[in-house]
Design a binder for this molecule. Structure first.
Ligand SMILES: Nc1nc2c(ncn2[C@@H]2O[C@H](COP(=O)(O)OP(=O)(O)O)[C@@H](O)[C@H]2O)c(=O)[nH]1
Ligand SMILES: [Mg+2]
Length: 280
């Protein structure tokens, strides 16, 4: 298994963690945004460590690119984690997300009303997740639900922007970025497929080989339809070569342009062009 080189400083991770902890203290509910294709590997255990008593709502994003979504939801729910699946780009599941978020935050905001307020205050929510799971897309989508009314909440040290996304529900406009976890090479590989880990810090060839071998075994139809290739009973490098030939990834002199093919395959996979998958 290849090694991933960590090219950021522990200081950055500490700062990101501090920022999440600081923002967590302002909200009633945390939306843990996961990639529905790898709902376990896109979790970061750091969140369990820092979440404390906060209520958590699991949101499986990119449900449009994923297989087994209902089953993933069922497993989370069986383990007492409320969960919902969405497509942040097209908007499916968003209404469900909002009503579930309100229901989960209600006990907190109602408690507030008991202390003399006439009406419960709005519930405050923040989104956390590893890179590329769709945090910004979800924030934009939720903001769009209510014409992006942005208001400032007084009494907060640094100016935080709150977006009113529904009656009684405000969203922090800045997501919490969890650094992807590297120590398990299998998890790191999956995170690189969904681009939560930058392509700069690992070798693309073994990464793509492994992806293709798994797709060929479990979800061959997407590969067959996209690239018009057959005989997927081959190792990853052979499949890369087949795709390169079909797609004209050829250098001068007729040599296969492996780098070009690797990038093409990853781009297609990440855009969902290889069909719905489940990889955990
Ligand atoms: N197909 C699909 N793509 C999505 C979805 N949500 C986000 N994306 C895409 O995933 C990429 C990363 O999204 P972004 O919001 O920037 O992720 P962030 O790094 O967590 O803020 C972008 O290309 C988005 O268009 C989704 O639900 N379905
Ligand atoms: Mg973002």
């Amino acid at each position: 298994m290849q090694n991933f080189t960590l090219n950021w400083f522990p200081g950055h991770m500490q700062k990101a963690k501090r920022l999440i902890i600081e923002n967590l203290s302002l909200v009633d509910l945390v939306i843990e945004l996961l990639d529905a294709r790898i709902p376990v590997s896109s979790q970061n255990p750091l969140l369990n460590e820092i979440i404390g008593e906060k209520t958590r709502l699991i949101v499986l994003n990119k449900a449009d690119l994923a297989a087994n979504v209902e089953n993933s939801l069922k497993i989370f729910r069986e383990n007492n984690f409320p969960a919902v699946a969405v497509d942040s780009v097209k908007g499916s599941g968003i209404k469900q997300l909002i009503s579930l978020a309100k229901a989960l935050a209600a006990p907190k905001t109602n408690k507030f009303a008991k202390f003399g307020a006439k009406k419960p205050r709005s519930a405050r929510v923040m989104i956390v997740g590893v890179p590329n799971v769709g945090k910004s897309s979800l924030i934009n989508r939720l903001a769009g639900m209510n014409h992006t009314k942005i208001e400032n909440k007084p009494g907060v040290t640094r100016a935080k922007q709150w977006i009113k996304i529904s009656d009684g529900l405000d969203l922090l406009d800045m997501p919490g970025i969890l650094y992807p976890k590297f120590d398990n090479p299998d998890v790191a590989l999956k995170l690189s497929w969904i681009y939560a880990i930058s392509d700069e810090i690992h070798d693309l060839e073994p990464t793509v080989c492994k992806l293709l071998e798994i797709l060929a075994e479990k979800f061959p139809n997407g590969l067959i339809e996209r690239y018009k290739i057959d005989n997927l009973h081959a190792d990853g490098l052979e499949i890369i070569n087949k795709i390169a030939l079909k797609r004209g990834c050829i250098k001068k002199g007729g040599v296969i342009d492996t780098d070009k093919a690797l990038k093409l395959i990853l781009t297609d996979f990440r855009a969902g062009k290889l069909g719905k998958v489940f990889l955990d």
